[in-house]
Design a protein around this ligand. Sequence first.
Ligand SMILES: [Zn+2]
Ligand SMILES: [Zn+2]
Length: 291
Amino acid sequence: MVSVVTRFATPTELFCKLMPIILNTVLVFSITAEVSYLVIVEAPLEPDQKKTDWSTIWKAIHLFCQYFMLGNITWNAWLFVKTTPSIRGVFLGGEAMGQGWRYCYACETHTPPRCSHCYDCNVCVLRRDHHCVFFNQCVGFRNYRYFFCCLLHMWAGLLYAVVMNAEVFIVILKEGVTLHSIMLLLVPWIMLVSGQVTARAFAFAFIADTCVVGFLLVAGFLFFHIALMLRGQTTREWHSSRRPYNLGTVNNVVECLGSRWYLCWLCPLIPSPLPGDGIHFKVTGSLEPVR
Ligand SMILES: [Zn+2]
Ligand SMILES: [Zn+2]
């Protein structure tokens, strides 16, 4: 058992830890509220701009999809933050050290291959991928599934929100490509503060902008992680030309998402046991030190 001394966080540290989580939550719920409004009221900016009449069933399908994605984002995010991937409380095997094991001076213990110390979490993390600044949690062996599924649903949700917000862009640009419409799309905050637009127009423009920027950011992250997963690598191992942990495409996915990888994205409650223990890894090539 590894004993790592835990110290209590100062109020500033706690604020820095919670702030990105609160900001993310506010953004995700605001975007969902906005797209729900677009579906229910069907009026992008003003009530008289109602364009089509959607049937009740069609509206219900839209709302179901939105809340299915929202549920998966929040539940996976919650489990991702709650599931610690660190070595705290883990029996690392004592004497059974082999190739790839190193000594961590901060944790004062020998650590297994693919494990590395996180200076934000102040602990070593099993099969450490990276420290996620948006949720202030390390991505590692035990919580990778939740991280990936959260990212997947964020991508799908933002893609949907971008499509739904296309009408907001169309309504704004209906007045023509004027300085006013361009400024509203590029710098809605300045337009609000200078009194050029109503709070309502600002809110729609701001959320539509956030969806586009968020979608591009999340798409980049998601496709990078899909590539990593298929190659049997972590973010830290990306630059290495060798892939000693590559077990073949399907096995690499199973190593990250568990045996029910094809189902686990549907609901975080679906059990999908991971094949290994995060300490011992099957190796198909020669190991090289990764820094
Ligand atoms: Zn350490
Ligand atoms: Zn960390």
